[in-house]
Design a protein around this ligand. Sequence first.
Ligand SMILES: [Zn+2]
Length: 69
Amino acid sequence: MEWQFPMTMTIRCYDCGKVFDVVLHNKNPHEYPCPACSKLEVFDLGAWERKAVAWTEKMTKRIRGGGLG
Ligand SMILES: [Zn+2]
């Protein structure tokens, strides 16, 4: 996947559920403080990318598999 930095990403605080935007400058994991409760959320674009790719592959397989199986 190609990324253009800086890019904005919306993440969710696992502590209070607040959704907020962060600006990414590279693919390295980085800590972002929650604006609501100040808890540090770690966002790892590399890990997120791997998850997104795996999810895409899963969905693609499901569509290709077809049928009602
Ligand atoms: Zn929070």
